[in-house]
Design a protein around this ligand. Sequence first.
Ligand SMILES: *[C@@H]1O[C@H](CO)[C@@H](O)[C@H](O)[C@H]1NC(C)=O
Ligand SMILES: [Zn+2]
Length: 340
Amino acid sequence: MALPNALSAAQRIRLIFGPILLSSLLWPSFYQSFLDTLWNSLCYTSFYKWSTFETLWTVFLYAAIEGSLTIVFMNHPEWRFTQPRTPTSKPRGMRRPSRRIGEGLVYIAPLLAMDLTMIKKFADVELSQMLVSGNYDISSLYLNTTSSSNATLSFQAPPKTYLIPTLHNFTLTSPLQTTRALPLYAPSSRRLVTELILSFFIYDTLFFAFHLSLHYLPLLRSFHLTHHSHPSQIHPQITNQLSLFERLGLVMLANFSLNVIGAHVLTRTVFVVLFVWLLVEIHCGMSLPWGYEKVMPRGWGGGAGKHMRHHVGGGEGYEPFFCWWDGVWERVVRGMGEVK
Ligand SMILES: *[C@@H]1O[C@H](CO)[C@@H](O)[C@H](O)[C@H]1NC(C)=O
Ligand SMILES: [Zn+2]
C-alpha cells in the first residue's frame, strides 16, 4: 500500500504503529496464536534459556542500534544539531569499534557475574522451577511441610519474594547459574503492551529522580561527569559513556521497573529493544525526521533535541524519555525563584 507522499515520516510511522498498539490492547485474541507460537519457539531455544540471555541480548542490540545510528549520523550531516565543518568530518572523540572492546567488557563483566551467580526470578514462574534452575533440591521442600496439599499450594502461588536475590547453590557439578526458568504460557498482547507502557513510565520517573540527584547531590556529581564530558557535539557513542555507578544504576532501575509490576519475560525481551533504541536515539545528536518525539503526540516525548540541550547546558531536561516530570520540575524551580 502506498501512503500519500504528503505525510511526514513520523506520520507514516504513526499510521502503522497506532493501529497495532490499539488493537493489541482492544483485541488481544487476534494476536494470541502468534504470541503462543512465538513463545513456544523461544522456550525451545537454548539461547533463550541461558541465565545470561538478557545481558547478551542488551549488548547485541546496543551494538546494532548504536552502529546503525552512527551510520545515519555520518550519512546525514544535514540532520545534525551541530553542522560539521565538512560533510564527512567525524566529531572529535568518536572511536572505531575495534577500540571499544574494553568498553564492552567493562559493561558486560558485572552483569555476567550476577547472571552466573544468582537465581533468575521472573513473574509467573513456579518457585520450584526457579529452585531447580538454581540447583536446589526441591524434595527437601516437600519434607518441610506437614501436609502435602500445603506444599503444592506454595508451589502454585506466585512467589512473593521474587524481588529478593538468592544465590545459586554452588556445587562441583553445578558451579554456576547457567539457565533461567521461564513461564509456561505466553502473555496476551494486552498484558504485553500494558506492561511495556507501565514499565517505561516507571523507569522514566525513577531515572528522572536519579538523574536529578546526580546533578544536585555533590556526592554523586562526580559519577555523572563522565557522561557529560565530550570534546565536541553529542553523537550516538556518548550513550554508553557512563561511569560504572551510573551504568549499573540505569540497569537496576530498568530491572526494578519491570520487576515491580511482575512483567512477563517476553515483555522484558521486548522492553530491552525499545529501551536501548530510545537511549541511543536521545543521544544521537540529530533531529531525525522519524524521531520518536515526532511520532508520539506532541509534548509527550523528550527526544534528541531536548537531551542535546541538557548535555550542552546542564540545566533542565533531566527526564530521559518523556516530558511530564520535567514540566513539574520546571514549575517547582520557577516557584522557588518567585519565593526568593
Ligand atoms: C533483574 O531482576 C531479576 C528478577 O529479580 C533478577 O533475577 C536479575 O538477576 C536482575 N538482573 C539484573 C541485571 O539486575
Ligand atoms: Zn545529566
